[in-house]
Design a protein around this ligand. Sequence first.
Ligand code: LMR
Length: 386
Amino acid sequence: MAAKVLRRPVPSSAFSWYPTAMGIRQRQLDALNSQLTQQDPLLQKIKKKQPVRVAVTGGAGNIGYALLFRIANGELLGPDQPVEISAIELKSGFQALQGVAMELEDCAFPLLEKLTISDDPDEGFDGADIALLVGSFPRGPGMERVDLMKKNGGIFSAAGKSLNKFAQKHCRVTVVGNPCNTNALIACQHAHDLPARNFTAMTRLDHDRGVGFLSRKTMLPPNEINHFAVWGNHSATMFADLSDTLCHGVPTSELVGEFRFERYWRHELGPKVATRGARIIQVRGKSSAASAANACISHTRDWVLGSEQPDWTSMAVVSDGEWNVPAGLVFSYPVYCKDGGYTVVTDEDHPNFRDFHRMQEYKKYCIEQNVKELLDEKDMVAEFLP
Ligand code: LMR
């Protein structure tokens, strides 16, 4: 009988009946999950320190400019991992991309084995192990959300088709260009030869924003803020979840004060995280670029190399129906990343330190609102779905 092929890390909840003493449960999980590493060509390349090919669209844009130099400097895959960069830009921005390439050459990065630039996605995605889809049509004055969706629908269906034909079958795709959840859905549906699990959209910026706010509120370093999560769509509807968040190991409700906790969560932290992107546009005059590039690096690095355990991170992934979200929608969940894959945090993994019953109802309501919004977006781009 053929061995069962694992497609995702086995969650610890699958072995909850195993004893944890002396690491018995962990060893069982590690043994099963090591299969994933052995059968994944990307992880094998990293293990052997062979160059990993990273394709980046929107290479001459603001985010692209902040991203490419960090990738070349080893911040995506580690300080001893050679990379090849393939930067892609529209014809209109190609001359600017040539300038960026000249600057990259001038840095003489030791890890950058090869740099290619192109205005043709087919050429740019050729052989890609990782694709960062950053370029998208920006929202202009007076433009409706539906117009933006339609403009980007064409870009991301073309990207999906090119990835399908030319990228490696194990290619991991991170979608940054907005509206990123729906753009990822479109690209994924046009790349039927790549596993749907290899398409994710970035809500890490929202996650990091929430951690930053909490860190400043509690005067603790960001790495002492754990189990924060962002659910749903990368839009103002997203749900910033504090139900399991620990600050220096203490439930946030205890630090903020139980009396003020609900008000702080619903009326201060949640809206601040959800509207931070718009606020940056207002103050800076342009949308976030360096922080978005940073989040793209953290998202993709954690996905490929693993996230800090036992904490989790937030990632928009193709839903398998978890938490009653319709299967196939690209939805942000708290996830664990390990062995080149991710697992959505389940109810069993949720410690739920405080049973804020009202907040659990609120969370359910917010998840439903996000589902509704993403289904509406899906309807708006129906003409771009195969
Ligand atoms: C952000 O969250 O900063 C961006 O997604 C905002 C935007 O619309 O560009």
